[in-house]
Design a protein around this ligand. Structure first.
Ligand code: AMP
Ligand code: ZN
Length: 119
């Protein structure tokens, strides 16, 4: 059923605390933890606790939780003090765009310069 935990999903296991993570923030609906393979001095993932395969699917099914993820991304940037210099919120969507974990997540990246267009 949409939103239910998936037995084979790494991020559902992190939500259930079956897999450890370096958690930096938690709300009733979201969890934020450091990426295991950071691509910037600040690289935090913000995920909904409910399982949806990507951000757009989450937003269509549970828009208030999608908004929670975005708000928390901003809170992470503020706590990490990267909001002044600018930061990125990235939702890789689909394997062709680099998505490897099919549980919606925002990458919050900051603490260095970024190029445009992205690679
Ligand atoms: P994506 O490629 O957009 O699906 O992002 C998945 C992210 O999850 C990658 O940046 C990985 O480095 C990260 N990742 C994979 N396993 C873990 C883990 N156990 N704890 C924290 N981050 C992870
Ligand atoms: Zn999941």
């Amino acid at each position: 059923m949409a939103g239910e935990p998936q037995a084979d999903c790494l991020f559902c296991k992190i939500v259930a605390r079956e897999v450890p993570a370096d958690v930096v923030r938690e709300t009733e609906t979201t969890l934020a933890f450091r990426d295991i393979n950071p691509q910037a001095p600040t690289h935090v993932l913000v995920i909904p606790k409910v399982h949806h395969p990507d951000a757009a699917t989450l937003a269509a099914a549970e828009p208030t939780i999608a908004a929670d993820v975005l708000r928390e991304a901003g809170e992470v940037a503020s706590e990490e003090k990267v909001d002044g210099t600018g930061f990125r919120i990235i939702f890789n969507t689909g394997s062709g765009a680099g998505q490897t974990v099919f549980h919606a997540h925002a990458h919050v990246l900051g603490g260095r310069g970024f190029n445009w267009p992205p690679g």
